[in-house]
Ligand binder design. Structure first.
Ligand code: 3PG
Ligand code: MG
Length: 392
């Protein structure tokens, strides 16, 4: 993997820079800018080298359709303020763009392409789309570790058409995770939560042979409860995942790995509701499970207390509503308490998990915080991520 840091001649070169600026938004406002703050070094580096920077990113999952709510405008504006320079957001059809006309004002050094997932071709890793993107630049840099598990055009296919390099933040994340996985101490606990069930459920079975405890909370836990015949009301769950869940439990019997999921929960009738504690069998048809209950919290604290390493991705509940944030905070506090006594190695990952840890000002209390969620878990599985492989 060649790093852009080692490249000498970048003067006046057009650099296609893939970033992951998929930050949490609420009513069009950025609720946690960590992913943007982390990529300032690569931009500063390229500016010093006098490159012309074309930023590509996605936000959310617009599924190939233009969606105003998923515009990169607020991110572009945040970046303009942070860098105190003008950045043009390009809304034009990518197929109509020409390299020689990209930078309207010769003094401009950065332009921003609108959400790349507005194009269906992005997720299809489409050849012609990648060629068109490549025609805009002289080289390509991937500084988006957190979406390097996606076989998408601006992450993978593009590397077939341009000299391609790893960015500074991508290298930092890969090195840190390499260190974690090579020096990891048992017992190891992996806590998986959040709402991207389909992304994560399939990889749990690959984590079982490696870890001593796999704790499942958040949206994914609902699918498991549902599979075990427990009522989950209107809660989010994954469809058609019986086979994979059965496999998870079958595999867990072959290894000394505990799979732990909620014993009690907090429910609401909608996302803005107050919370009500319920035993797992008492969830009503019109309830939404939105957090873990006190018994579950205590059990998780106990598991953390007896671990040497804790890897955490994804909140335990809908923490955007403070009434359902307790489970996530208690997990964070238990990890921090143990870590401050230096008796644990802790890594947290993912956009929402970072947002949550930032809310309690505790980033410094973890050994490493990765911007990556799904990519972080796939790395832990021991898989080579397609976006990283493409850089080789
Ligand atoms: C993330 O938030 O994990 C990355 O931006 C990837 O997003 P995705 O899961 O929608 O591909
Ligand atoms: Mg995310």
């Amino acid at each position: 993997m060649n790093n852009i840091r080692e490249q000498e001649n970048l003067d006046n070169k057009n650099v296609l820079l893939r970033l992951d600026l998929n930050v949490p938004l609420k009513n069009g406002l950025i609720t946690d800018p960590t992913r943007i703050d982390k990529i300032i070094p690569i931009i500063d580096f390229l500016i010093k080298k006098n490159s012309k920077i074309i930023i590509i990113s996605h936000i959310g999952r617009p599924k190939g359709k233009v969606n105003k709510d998923l515009s990169l405008k607020p991110i572009c504006e945040y970046l303009e303020q942070k860098l105190t320079r003008k950045i043009q957001l390009i809304n034009e059809d990518i197929y109509k763009l020409k390299k020689k006309n990209l930078f309207k004002d010769p003094k401009d050094q950065i332009i921003f392409l609108e959400n790349i997932r507005f194009y269906d071709e992005e997720e299809k890793n489409d050849l012609n789309f990648s060629k068109q993107l490549a025609s805009l630049a002289d080289l390509y840099v991937n500084d988006a570790f957190s979406c390097s598990h996606r076989t998408h055009a601006s992450v993978c296919k593009i590397t077939e058409f341009l000299p391609s390099f790893a960015g500074l933040q991508l290298e930092t994340e890969v090195n840190a995770l390499k260190k974690v996985t090579s020096e990891i101490k048992k017992p190891i606990t992996c806590i998986i939560g959040g709402s991207k069930i389909s992304t994560k459920i399939g990889l749990i079975k690959n984590l079982i042979p490696k870890f001593d405890n796999v704790i499942i909370v958040g949206g994914m836990a609902n699918s498991i409860l549902n599979n075990k015949g427990t009522p989950i009301g209107k809660s989010i769950k994954e469809e058609n995942c019986e086979t994979i869940i059965n496999e998870i439990f079958a595999i867990s019997k072959k290894y000394p790995c505990l799979i732990y999921y909620p014993e009690d929960v907090l429910v609401g009738k909608n996302l803005n509701d107050n919370s009500q504690a319920k035993e797992i069998n008492d969830v009503a048809d019109d309830d939404l499970i939105l957090d873990i209950g006190i018994k579950t919290i205590n059990k998780i604290k106990n598991i953390i207390e007896n671990s040497q390493t804790v890897l955490w991705n994804g909140p335990a509940g809908y923490f955007e509503n403070p009434n359902f944030a307790n489970g996530s905070y208690e997990i964070a506090k238990a990890i921090i308490k143990k870590n401050n006594g230096r008796s644990i190695y802790s890594v947290a990952g993912g956009g929402d998990t970072i947002a949550l840890i930032n809310q309690i000002n505790a980033i410094k209390d973890f050994n490493f915080v990765s911007t990556a969620g799904g990519a972080f878990l796939e790395y832990l599985e021991g898989k080579e991520l397609p976006g990283i492989k493409a850089l080789k």
